[in-house]
Design a protein around this ligand. Structure first.
Ligand code: DGJ
Length: 714
């Protein structure tokens, strides 16, 4: 009824009635942060405190936001008459723990692309501390990027004990949390749970290899568990290449608050007089059409605004890690470069083991830190290899792990104080290595110089794989003498300083972010990296799950997927099909493969080059989850909805499940006709399946699965 009789006058009248009965504060003012479909609404109350009133679907009539009931205070601080977890907690020099933040002003301005940035300034009038809250809204992508800044206007330092990037409030019937945890070789495994009263935390204390066990992202469903196409889903992620924490707290009134930011664990930070602390960005999207739409929102945003060269192409490659491990010489590498060429790949990538002379890198026990080519293995250096690649017409990429050091290295002999490690007790080694102390500017310069030096002496290096195999261990900084608790934060800031300088000098060079598999995957790092290594586990069955997990947050072009020898029981065709769903590469010794297999791979590279634009730029639809354990299917549709690629896998099908599981496609135009072909078959022969309307393919579907284990079709 309201809809039909709606008029602004009526709304004003209704609002005035509510005001008169005390529903709304007299001087309340709404701050509306809108995307095309989502609104985050804040209200400045008459006491100048700022509350959240809405986060969800954008309302049709903006003045109805004034009718919304008040939720929690926008960024609750310690000692604020509030009984649950605060977002901020600062102590001043007099030991005063209380901070009460009140509205001062807000501004709205245009930001990158079509986005608008709203900045709200709050201040504590008793203590000279202020907070600025930033909300950048990307209309088309329906993504909001938020962070906070803490400003110390006091004459003395303050200690930041909690300094969240964001606090969001929800009011729903129920809350379901999906998290993406795991381990080495089991990254981004999905678990779901219904949130009960109290707190649930997802966090990391690992420092460098920060998300070895838990990924810095989550999916929250409101009211009921969202599926791919239905329900309210929030995908959120922190852009921080270090310790993070998400706290989900449900209270006695069934309200939920979500606090996201740097993990305050062992990270109390002194903010000097006049200084500002900038927190990392929390990036989120809301969808009322299920998780599929939420992922597509993030993918679109990431390609356009965040990932390095997000809209550009990606290189197919041959990597030698599993083909040789540490055991290679110049000839072997030059042969592999020729194999990359004959396969039609864009690049050869030389992995670990190419450096160290006094302490040669022949295993993982020595050499890290000594980035000079090993004279025995590579007597003519890297330059001879980049020249060989140039001659063949393929690009050359190089593995580095510049943040790390083996105790058995010349670098350690020269700079024992550059490591993060205590000096007065036995040290613990993760993969026989230690982490260099990037909070120290001297170490930052050293790391920068390593990469810069390599690119100066070998300007034909066209790509880096930047690895990071150890978490921060033996937590003691020889540099942060007074403030050991700054280390976790300053390390990450130091890393960004190095990466900023490298990006400024070499803005174009693509880089793979790697951390003993997918131990570092976040949207701040991806400003500097074009892609990431999702996992050392390349068993294609496990990869179906791992890539499915990461696909919730990251676009396919950022997810490196290689064909290797892992799980010899699975056909090569199945492995290649799995890798084709991401940024495809190979890590095989082709000279040892039967000719038919090598020929199949060659054709596969050709086929991939023919449709990779759809994978890289298109919309992703997760059709059937691998967690069914019977089948899984994923499809990508190009922007014009003219071309699509569908990947269908039989995992462990039960009797008769293939017939009953007709695969319904998504994202097509119902009234258009589509020609369906099966491609990338092992026999090299494409099969014309038929021509169907988009309507038919989406409503009735097609036969894409079989009853045979570990088969696949594209
Ligand atoms: C861990 C990475 O995940 C692997 O791909 C490989 O580069 C090794 N490190 C090399 O040590």
């Amino acid at each position: 009824i309201l809809n039909t009789i709606y008029s602004p006058q009526l709304m004003k009248y209704l609002a005035s009635i509510l005001l008169s009965v005390g529903f709304l504060p007299l001087s309340a003012q709404e701050i509306v942060i809108n995307t095309n479909n989502t609104a985050l609404v804040l209200r400045v109350d008459k006491d100048k405190r700022v509350y959240q009133t809405h986060l969800g679907k954008r309302l049709m009539h903006e003045n109805e936001y004034a009718l919304l009931p008040q939720m929690g205070e926008v960024c609750i601080s310690n000692g604020n008459g509030n009984y649950f977890e605060p977002a901020f907690h600062f102590t001043n020099s007099k030991g005063n723990e209380t901070v009460i933040l009140k509205y001062v002003s807000h501004q709205v301005k245009k930001s990158d692309g079509n986005s608008t940035e709203t900045v709200v300034l709050l201040t504590d009038s008793v203590r000279q501390n202020s907070v600025r809250l930033f909300y950048k809204a990307y209309p088309k992508e329906n993504v909001i990027v938020t962070h906070s800044e803490i400003i110390n206007n006091d004459k003395k330092p303050i200690a930041l004990k909690k300094y969240a990037s964001s606090m969001l409030h929800f009011r729903a019937q129920d809350y379901y949390l999906t998290q993406f945890n795991g381990d080495w070789a089991a990254e981004a495994s999905i678990t779901e749970s219904k949130l009960g009263f109290g707190k649930k935390m997802i966090d990391s204390n690992l420092g460098t290899r920060a998300n070895m066990f838990a990924s810095p992202f989550f999916l929250l469903s409101l009211d009921k568990q969202a599926d791919e196409n239905n329900g309210q889903a929030i995908l959120g992620t922190l852009g921080w290449t270090g310790n993070f924490r998400f706290t989900f707290e449900k209270d006695h009134e069934n309200k939920l608050r979500v606090i996201s930011g740097i993990n305050p664990f062992n990270s109390e930070y002194q903010l000097k007089a006049g200084e500002t602390f900038v927190t990392p960005e929390f990036i989120f999207t809301y969808s009322d059409e299920g998780t599929g739409k939420a992922s597509r929102n993030l993918h679109n945003w990431a390609r356009k605004y965040r990932v390095k060269d997000g809209e550009g192409d990606r290189l197919t490659l041959l990597n030698n890690w599993e083909a040789t491990f540490f055991d290679f010489n110049e000839k072997k590498i030059v042969d592999l470069i020729s194999e990359a060429k004959s396969l039609g790949l864009d690049m050869f990538l030389l992995d670990d083991g190419w450096f160290g002379n006094k302490h040669p890198r022949n295993d993982d026990k020595a050499g890290l830190g000594d980035w000079q080519p090993n004279k025995k293995k590579l007597p003519n250096g890297i330059k001879a290899l980049t020249d060989a690649a140039k001659q063949q017409g393929v690009k050359f990429g190089l593995w580095i792990e510049p943040e790390m050091i083996n105790p058995k290295s010349e670098l350690m002999e020269k700079h024992p104080n550059w490591v993060v490690a205590w000096n007065d007790r036995e040290r613990y080694y993760f993969r026989n290595q230690l982490v260099l102390d990037l909070s120290n500017p001297e170490v930052q310069n050293y790391v920068y110089d390593i990469v810069d030096g390599l690119l100066t002496t070998c300007p034909d290096i066209a790509y880096f794989k930047w690895d990071c195999n150890s978490p921060l261990t033996n937590i003691y900084s020889n540099y942060e003498k007074e403030h050991q608790s700054h280390l976790f934060v300053d390390y990450v800031k130091g890393l960004y300083k190095v990466l900023d300088r490298l990006k400024a000098k070499y803005p174009k060079i693509p880089m793979m972010l790697c951390s003993g598999g997918g131990g570092r995957t976040d949207y701040e790092a991806l400003r500097y990296f074009t892609e990431f290594w999702a996992s050392d586990n390349t068993d294609p069955i496990d990869r179906l799950y791992i890539q499915w997990g990461f696909s919730h947050i990251f676009p396919a072009k950022t997810i490196c997927a290689h064909v290797t020898e892992w799980n010899r029981k699975v056909d090569l065709k199945f492995k290649v099909d799995v890798a084709m769903m991401g940024k495809m590469g190979f890590d095989l010794n082709f000279s040892t493969l039967p000719k038919a297999d090598a020929d199949f791979c060659k054709n596969a590279v050709k086929a991939y080059n023919g449709f990779k634009d759809i994978i890289f730029k298109g919309d992703l639809y997760r059709l059937v989850s691998p967690y069914s354990n019977t089948h899984t299917a994923t499809m990508y549709v190009d922007e014009a909805q003219k071309r699509a690629v569908v990947f269908a896998f039989d995992i462990f099908p039960r009797y008769s499940t293939a017939e009953s599981t007709r695969l319904k496609l998504q994202g097509l135009q119902a009234n258009k006709m589509y020609k369906v072909k099966e491609i990338n078959r092992y026999d090299g022969k494409d099969i014309e399946v038929g021509t169907f309307s988009g309507d038919y393919l989406m409503t009735v579907g097609m036969k894409a699965f079989s009853e045979h284990r570990l088969q696949s079709r594209i």
